[in-house]
Every structure is written in structure tokens, then in C-alpha cells.
Design a binder for this molecule. Structure first.
Ligand code: ADP
Length: 177
């Protein structure tokens, strides 16, 4: 009896669909983000890129623009969807029945903040597990804010952002000047 129940648990956890949320501002998406999503798509059955509608920072792109740019940057990844959300990330994850949050980690500077965030999230939602993927070396120093800064000075953006984002940044900056 005991053994059977154990087998059922193992079986159901082995066959359960794994859903992960990858949350962020993504203003705009860059190649470091794309790399994390592509790797997460290989680890989970379904990945939801969740674009936070009202981050505590000045935005260059609207929520709809950030969603559109991320979706175009990914192309066709069948098990990934891109959507906006507001409110607590863990509430959104619960609504979507996601068991995991994915976060990317760059240099040690990210660690302190992610550790705090993770402690709070585990307090609020102990059953949602955070999974941290280390950035690929070539993207270790990429950040959306730095990209916006160099783009504003007219620097080339090849190798930093998908082509569609480079175009959007150039036209945004032309529009602003
Ligand atoms: P947030 O406002 O949540 O920091 P970001 O859009 O800056 O949103 O980042 C979203 C996620 O992507 C975070 O987990 C962040 O650590 C990760 N990330 C940002 N830049 C990189 C990078 N160059 N390589 C890998 N992960 C990254």
C-alpha cells in the first residue's frame, strides 16, 4: 500500500507538466535574455516570459512594445509564450499554475539582490521554486540600461541585441531627438 502510493507520487511528479515563469522588465530584451529563455525552454515543458508592466524605473518602451519585441526576438519557440503582467510575480505564477521562476544571474552584483528577492518569494510562496541560470560568458556584462545608454550615443548594437530591437532603439532615439 505504502509502496503503491510512493510509486504513484513518483509517477505523477515524473509526468506533471513543468511550467516556468521568466519575469522581468525587458526594456528592451537583449541577447542575454534570449539566451536564458532558449536554455529554459530546454529545461521546462512550458516557459512564460512575463513582462512586468510597471517596473520601478523609467521605461523606453511600452508594455505592448516590450512584448512584441521579445516575441519577435525569439522567433518560433513552440513552448514559449510572451505576456505582460502586473502585481506580484508569485501571484501571476500561481494563476498560471507555474511551479518555477527562472532568473538569470550575471556577475556577483546580481547575487545580493536576487538572494533578497528569492527569500521574500519563498516566504510568500514556499512551493514555487526559483531556478537561477548563469549567464553565458559573452553576455555577462549586458544590461538593458547600458544598451540604452550606448544606443543614445549612436554606438553599434550588433552582438548585443536582436536586429529587431536594434531597429526599434534607433528609431526611438531618432524620434526623441
Ligand atoms: P529586472 O527588472 O527583473 O531586473 P531585467 O529585464 O533587467 O529585469 O532582467 C530580467 C531577468 O534577466 C533577470 O533575472 C536578470 O537577472 C536577467 N538578466 C539580465 N541581463 C542578463 C544577462 N546579460 N545575462 C543573463 N541574464 C540576464
Amino acid at each position: 500500500m505504502h509502496q503503491k502510493r510512493h510509486e504513484e507520487t513518483v509517477l505523477s511528479s515524473a509526468t506533471a507538466r513543468t511550467v516556468a515563469v521568466y519575469p522581468g522588465a525587458f526594456d528592451p530584451v537583449h541577447l542575454g535574455h534570449v539566451d536564458i529563455v532558449q536554455r529554459a525552454a530546454g529545461l521546462f515543458d512550458h516557459v512564460i516570459v512575463a513582462i512586468y508592466e510597471r517596473p520601478n524605473k523609467a521605461l523606453a518602451f511600452s508594455t505592448d512594445e516590450r512584448i512584441e519585441l521579445f516575441a519577435q526576438a525569439l522567433g518560433d519557440l513552440p513552448n514559449v509564450e510572451v505576456t505582460g503582467y502586473s502585481g506580484l510575480t508569485i501571484d501571476f505564477a500561481r494563476q498560471r499554475q507555474a511551479g518555477f521562476l527562472v532568473r538569470g544571474l550575471r556577475a556577483t552584483t546580481d547575487f545580493e539582490y536576487e538572494y533578497q528577492l528569492n527569500t521574500m518569494n519563498r516566504h510568500l510562496a514556499p512551493t514555487i521554486e526559483s531556478v537561477f541560470l548563469m549567464t553565458s560568458l559573452q553576455y555577462a556584462y549586458l544590461s538593458s540600461s547600458l544598451i540604452k545608454e550606448v544606443a543614445a550615443q549612436g554606438a553599434p548594437l550588433e552582438g548585443l541585441v536582436p536586429e529587431v530591437v536594434a531597429r526599434a532603439l534607433r528609431s526611438r532615439l531618432r524620434g526623441a531627438s
